[in-house]
Design a protein around this ligand. Sequence first.
Ligand SMILES: [Zn+2]
Ligand SMILES: [Zn+2]
Length: 313
Amino acid sequence: MTAQNEESRSIVEGSGGSESRSRAVAPDVAFKTIGNETRLAILDALWGPMKSGTMRFAELRRTVGMRDGSQFNFHLGKLVDGGFVEKVDDTYSLHQAGARVICTLRTGYLTDHPEIEAFETAGRCYVCEAPLEARYEDEMYVVECSGCDRLHTRGWFPPNVLTGRTPEEALLVGERAMKASIALTVAGICSVCNGTTVRTLSRGPSDVPVQSGILDVERDGGIRDWYVCSHCSAWVTRSPGDAVVDHPAVVALYSNHGVDIRTCPRWELPWTIDTSVLDVVSEDPFRVRLAVAFEGDERVLTLDEAFDVVSVE
Ligand SMILES: [Zn+2]
Ligand SMILES: [Zn+2]
Protein backbone atom coordinates (compact mmCIF):
# COMPACT_ATOMS: atom_id res chain seq x y z
CA MET A 1 0.00 0.00 0.00
CA THR A 2 1.31 3.41 -0.93
CA ALA A 3 0.17 6.47 1.00
CA GLN A 4 -0.87 9.21 -1.41
CA ASN A 5 -1.85 12.00 0.98
CA GLU A 6 -2.22 12.79 4.66
CA GLU A 7 -5.17 10.41 5.00
CA SER A 8 -2.97 7.34 4.73
CA ARG A 9 -5.80 4.86 4.19
CA SER A 10 -7.46 6.87 1.51
CA ILE A 11 -5.56 5.98 -1.64
CA VAL A 12 -4.08 2.56 -2.29
CA GLU A 13 -2.42 1.20 -5.37
CA GLY A 14 -3.58 -2.28 -6.27
CA SER A 15 -0.89 -4.89 -6.88
CA GLY A 16 -0.53 -7.23 -9.82
CA GLY A 17 1.30 -5.22 -12.46
CA SER A 18 0.38 -2.24 -14.56
CA GLU A 19 -2.63 -3.87 -16.25
CA SER A 20 -4.47 -4.38 -12.96
CA ARG A 21 -3.45 -1.23 -11.12
CA SER A 22 -6.33 0.43 -9.34
CA ARG A 23 -6.83 3.57 -7.32
CA ALA A 24 -9.06 2.94 -4.34
CA VAL A 25 -10.48 5.08 -1.56
CA ALA A 26 -11.55 3.58 1.76
CA PRO A 27 -15.36 3.83 2.04
CA ASP A 28 -15.35 5.72 5.35
CA VAL A 29 -12.87 8.25 3.94
CA ALA A 30 -15.03 8.72 0.83
CA PHE A 31 -18.13 9.41 2.93
CA LYS A 32 -16.17 11.77 5.20
CA THR A 33 -14.99 13.72 2.16
CA ILE A 34 -18.52 14.36 0.84
CA GLY A 35 -20.22 14.83 4.22
CA ASN A 36 -20.19 18.61 4.01
CA GLU A 37 -22.80 21.07 2.70
CA THR A 38 -20.34 23.13 0.64
CA ARG A 39 -18.77 20.07 -0.99
CA LEU A 40 -22.17 18.67 -1.95
CA ALA A 41 -23.09 22.09 -3.38
CA ILE A 42 -19.90 22.00 -5.48
CA LEU A 43 -20.74 18.55 -6.84
CA ASP A 44 -24.29 19.70 -7.56
CA ALA A 45 -23.03 22.81 -9.38
CA LEU A 46 -20.83 20.69 -11.62
CA TRP A 47 -23.59 18.19 -12.43
CA GLY A 48 -26.12 18.34 -15.25
CA PRO A 49 -26.43 17.76 -18.99
CA MET A 50 -26.70 21.48 -19.77
CA LYS A 51 -23.39 22.33 -18.11
CA SER A 52 -20.38 22.95 -20.30
CA GLY A 53 -18.67 19.99 -18.64
CA THR A 54 -16.10 22.14 -16.94
CA MET A 55 -16.21 25.27 -14.77
CA ARG A 56 -13.46 27.69 -13.83
CA PHE A 57 -12.71 28.35 -10.17
CA ALA A 58 -14.34 31.81 -10.04
CA GLU A 59 -17.49 30.67 -11.88
CA LEU A 60 -17.80 27.62 -9.64
CA ARG A 61 -17.40 29.71 -6.46
CA ARG A 62 -20.00 32.18 -7.72
CA THR A 63 -22.46 29.35 -8.49
CA VAL A 64 -22.02 27.81 -5.06
CA GLY A 65 -22.28 31.28 -3.52
CA MET A 66 -19.32 31.17 -1.13
CA ARG A 67 -17.57 34.47 -0.46
CA ASP A 68 -14.53 33.12 1.38
CA GLY A 69 -12.14 32.10 -1.42
CA SER A 70 -9.66 30.22 0.77
CA GLN A 71 -12.41 28.21 2.50
CA PHE A 72 -13.89 27.40 -0.91
CA ASN A 73 -10.48 26.35 -2.19
CA PHE A 74 -10.03 24.08 0.85
CA HIS A 75 -13.31 22.22 0.21
CA LEU A 76 -12.73 22.00 -3.53
CA GLY A 77 -9.22 20.61 -2.89
CA LYS A 78 -10.68 17.84 -0.71
CA LEU A 79 -13.00 16.80 -3.53
CA VAL A 80 -10.09 16.77 -6.01
CA ASP A 81 -7.88 14.74 -3.63
CA GLY A 82 -10.75 12.33 -2.94
CA GLY A 83 -11.31 11.60 -6.64
CA PHE A 84 -14.75 13.24 -6.87
CA VAL A 85 -13.67 16.24 -8.96
CA GLU A 86 -11.08 16.48 -11.71
CA LYS A 87 -8.89 19.58 -11.97
CA VAL A 88 -7.15 20.45 -15.23
CA ASP A 89 -5.35 23.78 -15.12
CA ASP A 90 -8.00 26.18 -13.74
CA THR A 91 -11.05 24.16 -14.77
CA TYR A 92 -13.02 21.61 -12.79
CA SER A 93 -15.34 18.76 -13.80
CA LEU A 94 -16.90 15.73 -12.15
CA HIS A 95 -15.39 12.27 -11.96
CA GLN A 96 -17.95 9.44 -11.99
CA ALA A 97 -17.68 9.24 -8.19
CA GLY A 98 -18.94 12.82 -7.91
CA ALA A 99 -21.67 12.27 -10.47
CA ARG A 100 -22.87 9.13 -8.67
CA VAL A 101 -23.14 11.00 -5.37
CA ILE A 102 -25.49 13.53 -6.94
CA CYS A 103 -27.47 10.87 -8.83
CA THR A 104 -27.98 8.91 -5.60
CA LEU A 105 -29.11 12.03 -3.75
CA ARG A 106 -31.59 12.84 -6.49
CA THR A 107 -33.25 9.42 -6.26
CA GLY A 108 -34.41 10.55 -2.81
CA TYR A 109 -33.45 7.20 -1.25
CA LEU A 110 -31.18 8.84 1.34
CA THR A 111 -33.29 11.82 2.27
CA ASP A 112 -37.00 11.39 1.47
CA HIS A 113 -39.33 8.80 2.91
CA PRO A 114 -42.79 9.50 1.51
CA GLU A 115 -45.77 7.23 1.98
CA ILE A 116 -48.89 6.81 -0.13
CA GLU A 117 -51.94 5.40 1.56
CA ALA A 118 -53.73 2.49 -0.09
CA PHE A 119 -55.68 3.37 -3.21
CA GLU A 120 -57.69 1.19 -5.58
CA THR A 121 -55.88 0.12 -8.73
CA ALA A 122 -56.85 -1.86 -11.84
CA GLY A 123 -57.19 -5.61 -11.63
CA ARG A 124 -59.06 -8.07 -9.44
CA CYS A 125 -57.87 -10.61 -6.90
CA TYR A 126 -57.47 -14.05 -8.49
CA VAL A 127 -58.57 -15.66 -5.20
CA CYS A 128 -61.66 -13.69 -4.17
CA GLU A 129 -62.33 -11.27 -7.07
CA ALA A 130 -62.18 -8.21 -4.76
CA PRO A 131 -60.55 -5.01 -6.12
CA LEU A 132 -56.80 -4.62 -5.69
CA GLU A 133 -55.18 -1.85 -3.63
CA ALA A 134 -51.73 -0.35 -3.97
CA ARG A 135 -49.67 1.58 -1.43
CA TYR A 136 -46.11 2.90 -1.12
CA GLU A 137 -44.08 2.78 2.08
CA ASP A 138 -40.44 2.15 3.03
CA GLU A 139 -39.48 2.84 -0.60
CA MET A 140 -41.55 -0.16 -1.71
CA TYR A 141 -44.81 -0.45 -3.61
CA VAL A 142 -47.18 -3.20 -2.61
CA VAL A 143 -50.27 -4.40 -4.47
CA GLU A 144 -52.64 -6.45 -2.32
CA CYS A 145 -56.22 -7.65 -2.39
CA SER A 146 -58.62 -5.34 -0.53
CA GLY A 147 -60.70 -8.37 0.46
CA CYS A 148 -58.38 -11.23 1.46
CA ASP A 149 -55.07 -9.30 1.79
CA ARG A 150 -53.34 -11.67 -0.66
CA LEU A 151 -50.07 -10.10 -1.81
CA HIS A 152 -50.06 -9.71 -5.60
CA THR A 153 -46.91 -7.73 -6.42
CA ARG A 154 -44.29 -5.59 -4.76
CA GLY A 155 -41.03 -3.94 -5.64
CA TRP A 156 -38.85 -1.00 -4.87
CA PHE A 157 -38.73 2.34 -6.59
CA PRO A 158 -37.04 5.52 -5.43
CA PRO A 159 -39.05 8.37 -3.86
CA ASN A 160 -38.16 10.54 -6.85
CA VAL A 161 -40.54 8.46 -9.00
CA LEU A 162 -43.42 10.23 -7.19
CA THR A 163 -42.23 13.66 -8.34
CA GLY A 164 -44.63 15.11 -10.91
CA ARG A 165 -46.67 11.90 -11.17
CA THR A 166 -49.95 10.73 -9.73
CA PRO A 167 -49.74 7.70 -7.40
CA GLU A 168 -51.17 5.48 -10.18
CA GLU A 169 -48.64 6.76 -12.71
CA ALA A 170 -45.79 6.28 -10.22
CA LEU A 171 -46.97 2.74 -9.50
CA LEU A 172 -46.87 1.82 -13.21
CA VAL A 173 -43.45 3.46 -13.65
CA GLY A 174 -42.11 1.52 -10.66
CA GLU A 175 -43.52 -1.74 -12.02
CA ARG A 176 -42.00 -1.09 -15.44
CA ALA A 177 -38.60 -0.35 -13.91
CA MET A 178 -38.86 -3.50 -11.79
CA LYS A 179 -39.59 -5.61 -14.89
CA ALA A 180 -36.53 -4.10 -16.62
CA SER A 181 -34.45 -4.83 -13.53
CA ILE A 182 -35.61 -8.47 -13.49
CA ALA A 183 -34.81 -8.85 -17.21
CA LEU A 184 -31.24 -7.60 -16.71
CA THR A 185 -30.71 -9.75 -13.63
CA VAL A 186 -31.99 -12.87 -15.39
CA ALA A 187 -29.42 -12.17 -18.14
CA GLY A 188 -26.76 -12.63 -15.45
CA ILE A 189 -26.10 -8.94 -14.79
CA CYS A 190 -26.97 -7.39 -11.43
CA SER A 191 -29.21 -4.36 -12.01
CA VAL A 192 -27.70 -2.61 -8.98
CA CYS A 193 -23.94 -3.03 -9.48
CA ASN A 194 -23.59 -4.93 -12.81
CA GLY A 195 -21.94 -7.81 -10.95
CA THR A 196 -22.62 -11.45 -11.80
CA THR A 197 -25.85 -13.08 -10.65
CA VAL A 198 -26.25 -16.74 -9.66
CA ARG A 199 -29.55 -18.56 -10.25
CA THR A 200 -31.20 -21.01 -7.85
CA LEU A 201 -34.42 -22.90 -8.54
CA SER A 202 -36.68 -23.28 -5.51
CA ARG A 203 -39.22 -26.10 -5.23
CA GLY A 204 -40.24 -25.33 -1.66
CA PRO A 205 -39.50 -23.06 1.34
CA SER A 206 -36.24 -24.84 2.26
CA ASP A 207 -34.74 -24.05 -1.19
CA VAL A 208 -35.08 -20.26 -0.91
CA PRO A 209 -31.49 -18.89 -1.05
CA VAL A 210 -32.40 -15.48 0.38
CA GLN A 211 -33.12 -14.34 3.92
CA SER A 212 -35.05 -11.10 4.07
CA GLY A 213 -37.57 -9.46 6.37
CA ILE A 214 -39.91 -8.93 3.42
CA LEU A 215 -40.03 -12.63 2.56
CA ASP A 216 -42.51 -15.13 3.89
CA VAL A 217 -40.90 -18.38 2.74
CA GLU A 218 -44.09 -20.39 3.25
CA ARG A 219 -45.85 -18.02 0.84
CA ASP A 220 -42.91 -17.17 -1.42
CA GLY A 221 -41.05 -20.48 -1.43
CA GLY A 222 -42.88 -22.34 -4.19
CA ILE A 223 -41.60 -23.04 -7.70
CA ARG A 224 -39.62 -19.91 -8.54
CA ASP A 225 -36.13 -18.95 -9.51
CA TRP A 226 -33.90 -16.60 -7.55
CA TYR A 227 -31.00 -14.50 -8.78
CA VAL A 228 -28.48 -13.28 -6.22
CA CYS A 229 -25.56 -10.98 -7.06
CA SER A 230 -22.16 -12.43 -6.14
CA HIS A 231 -20.81 -8.95 -5.54
CA CYS A 232 -23.48 -6.89 -3.74
CA SER A 233 -26.02 -9.58 -2.70
CA ALA A 234 -28.94 -7.78 -4.36
CA TRP A 235 -31.56 -10.31 -5.42
CA VAL A 236 -34.69 -10.73 -7.50
CA THR A 237 -37.11 -13.62 -7.82
CA ARG A 238 -39.28 -14.74 -10.67
CA SER A 239 -42.23 -17.09 -11.06
CA PRO A 240 -42.55 -19.42 -14.07
CA GLY A 241 -45.27 -17.03 -15.28
CA ASP A 242 -42.90 -14.05 -15.07
CA ALA A 243 -40.52 -16.04 -17.27
CA VAL A 244 -42.99 -16.42 -20.15
CA VAL A 245 -44.65 -12.98 -20.39
CA ASP A 246 -42.70 -12.24 -23.56
CA HIS A 247 -43.06 -15.72 -25.09
CA PRO A 248 -44.62 -15.43 -28.59
CA ALA A 249 -47.53 -17.75 -27.71
CA VAL A 250 -48.45 -15.63 -24.68
CA VAL A 251 -47.96 -12.33 -26.50
CA ALA A 252 -50.21 -13.64 -29.31
CA LEU A 253 -52.88 -14.85 -26.85
CA TYR A 254 -53.26 -11.32 -25.47
CA SER A 255 -52.82 -9.70 -28.86
CA ASN A 256 -55.72 -11.81 -30.23
CA HIS A 257 -57.91 -10.05 -27.66
CA GLY A 258 -56.55 -6.61 -28.55
CA VAL A 259 -54.25 -6.27 -25.52
CA ASP A 260 -50.54 -5.45 -25.65
CA ILE A 261 -49.20 -7.58 -22.80
CA ARG A 262 -46.13 -5.33 -22.49
CA THR A 263 -48.39 -2.67 -20.97
CA CYS A 264 -49.86 -5.01 -18.34
CA PRO A 265 -48.44 -4.87 -14.81
CA ARG A 266 -47.92 -8.26 -13.19
CA TRP A 267 -51.00 -7.91 -10.94
CA GLU A 268 -53.15 -7.93 -14.08
CA LEU A 269 -51.55 -11.26 -15.10
CA PRO A 270 -52.78 -13.63 -12.37
CA TRP A 271 -50.92 -16.63 -13.82
CA THR A 272 -47.64 -14.87 -12.85
CA ILE A 273 -48.75 -14.95 -9.18
CA ASP A 274 -51.25 -17.76 -8.71
CA THR A 275 -49.39 -21.02 -7.94
CA SER A 276 -52.48 -23.15 -8.69
CA VAL A 277 -51.83 -22.69 -12.44
CA LEU A 278 -48.61 -24.72 -12.05
CA ASP A 279 -48.37 -28.49 -12.30
CA VAL A 280 -45.11 -30.42 -12.04
CA VAL A 281 -45.48 -33.19 -14.63
CA SER A 282 -41.96 -34.63 -14.51
CA GLU A 283 -39.16 -34.65 -11.95
CA ASP A 284 -36.31 -35.92 -14.12
CA PRO A 285 -36.03 -34.08 -16.35
CA PHE A 286 -37.87 -31.33 -14.47
CA ARG A 287 -40.96 -30.15 -16.33
CA VAL A 288 -43.66 -27.82 -15.07
CA ARG A 289 -46.88 -27.00 -16.93
CA LEU A 290 -48.28 -23.50 -16.70
CA ALA A 291 -51.82 -22.61 -17.75
CA VAL A 292 -52.02 -19.07 -19.13
CA ALA A 293 -55.67 -18.01 -19.38
CA PHE A 294 -57.12 -14.76 -20.71
CA GLU A 295 -60.73 -13.91 -21.51
CA GLY A 296 -61.84 -17.52 -21.95
CA ASP A 297 -58.83 -18.49 -24.04
CA GLU A 298 -55.95 -20.61 -22.73
CA ARG A 299 -52.46 -21.78 -23.64
CA VAL A 300 -50.64 -24.45 -21.67
CA LEU A 301 -46.88 -24.08 -21.70
CA THR A 302 -44.39 -26.68 -20.52
CA LEU A 303 -41.20 -25.27 -19.01
CA ASP A 304 -37.89 -26.93 -18.21
CA GLU A 305 -35.63 -26.37 -15.19
CA ALA A 306 -34.34 -23.09 -16.68
CA PHE A 307 -37.95 -21.93 -17.23
CA ASP A 308 -37.43 -22.14 -20.96
CA VAL A 309 -40.57 -23.15 -22.85
CA VAL A 310 -40.25 -26.63 -24.39
CA SER A 311 -43.81 -26.97 -25.73
CA VAL A 312 -47.08 -25.09 -26.12
CA GLU A 313 -50.58 -26.57 -26.34
ZN1 LIG B 1 -58.62 -11.54 -2.49
ZN1 LIG C 1 -24.86 -6.43 -7.47
